[in-house]
Structure formats: C-alpha cells, structure tokens
Design a protein around this ligand. Structure first.
Ligand SMILES: [Zn+2]
Length: 201
C-alpha cells in the first residue's frame, strides 16, 4: 500500500470540507466585490464580530442581515448575514495539487468501483515503475481497490479507469465543490450561492 502516502481520509470529517459554524454563531457570508463568494470550499464565512469590525472600518457593504441585533452603549445594529468587500481581491486562480482538491476532482469516490468509503490515493503507474505523484498519475481509490491493484498498472490489474486523470480546471472543481455545501446555510445566502440548492430547508 505504498501508494497511500497519508492514510485513509474521510472527506466528511475533513476540516477543509465542512465549516465549524452553526446557526447560533451567526456566520457571515463574505463575497468579493463582484458578488462571488471568496471561496466555496470551505465557504468563505466570517464571524459576525469580524464582519461588524469590517463594517465599521468601511471595508464592506452589508447586503443582508439576520433578524437579531447587536447592542453597544451607543449603537444598535442588525447582525450582517451577507457582506461584500468594497475592494476586489484578486484571487489566485491556480489550483493547488492537494489531497482535498484531488478527492474533489474525483467526486469523493473510488475511480475503480465508485465506493465512497475508506478513500485513499492510488498511483496509476506504480512508483516502482517510475510513476509520478501528480494530477495525471494519482487517482482516488478505496482501500480495497488500492490493495487489489497492488503494484500493477490498471491494464495489468484489469482495472480500467473511466477517464484520463488530469489537472481539473478551476471551473470544473468549483462546479464539483457546489455539490458539497456546508452544514449550515442561512436563507439570505442562497441568492449568492448554488443555483440548484433545494429551498425547502
Ligand atoms: Zn474501489
């Protein structure tokens, strides 16, 4: 199992995947100046305290609010639920070769059997045959398939891969990321996210 450098990985417990925010934390969705979320995964959220600081520093525009208020001796203000930055933040558009992004590319499922359990990484061409660790040669595999394939190529193991692994475009990964919304979505966020989200929460 030398092709699994970092152990079994459970995407559904991964810190990058879900945010820790809950409803009663009043997380604030942060949009760039073009009204796109700064990021989808994890979703760009700030604490309401940070959001209110930014409002006072006039760095953000409040687009939507919670029903609840914060009070201080000389002011009262609704807690923002969606804000946008006044100044556009240029985003790094290159996609990092990370474990998370690789799983995301493969939809968090084994490329050989489709299983979503006990996910590991498989070198398509084994390292012992000179296989590299990059987008083109690493795929998501369940630990069963990883063990079954062993130190063989997909042809040798008779385990074909349904597509040629490659670096996904940022657009493709963004689209996949939208299929994995975080655990909590406030209704005022929905205009800014996920066209296809179910609205019956
Ligand atoms: Zn499998």
């Amino acid at each position: 199992m030398s092709s699994n450098p970092s152990g079994v990985f459970d995407p559904f417990n991964h810190a990058q995947f879900k945010t820790n925010f809950r409803k009663n934390d009043y997380p604030v969705l942060v949009l760039n100046a073009d009204y796109m979320p700064l990021s989808y995964f994890p979703l760009s959220l700030w604490s309401w305290q940070d959001a209110i600081k930014a409002v006072y520093l006039q760095r953000v525009v409040v687009l939507s609010t919670y029903d609840e208020y914060v009070h201080s001796p000389n002011m009262e203000m609704r807690i923002p639920s969606v804000i946008s930055l006044k100044e556009y933040v240029k985003q790094d558009r290159s996609l990092a070769f990370t474990r998370f992004n690789l799983f995301l590319r493969d939809g968090f499922s084994c490329v050989y059997c489709g299983s979503k359990k006990d996910l590991t990484f498989d070198h398509v061409i084994p390292r012992s045959m000179g296989g590299k660790t990059n987008w083109e040669n690493i795929v998501t595999a369940c630990s069963k398939c990883n063990a079954k394939k062993g130190g063989r190529t997909p042809e040798q193991a008779n385990m074909p891969i349904p597509y040629r692994p490659q670096r996904p475009s940022l657009y493709a990964i963004q689209e996949t990321g939208r299929r994995f919304p975080p655990n909590y979505l406030h209704e005022t966020w929905l205009d800014w996210l996920y066209w296809d989200i179910e609205l019956d929460e």
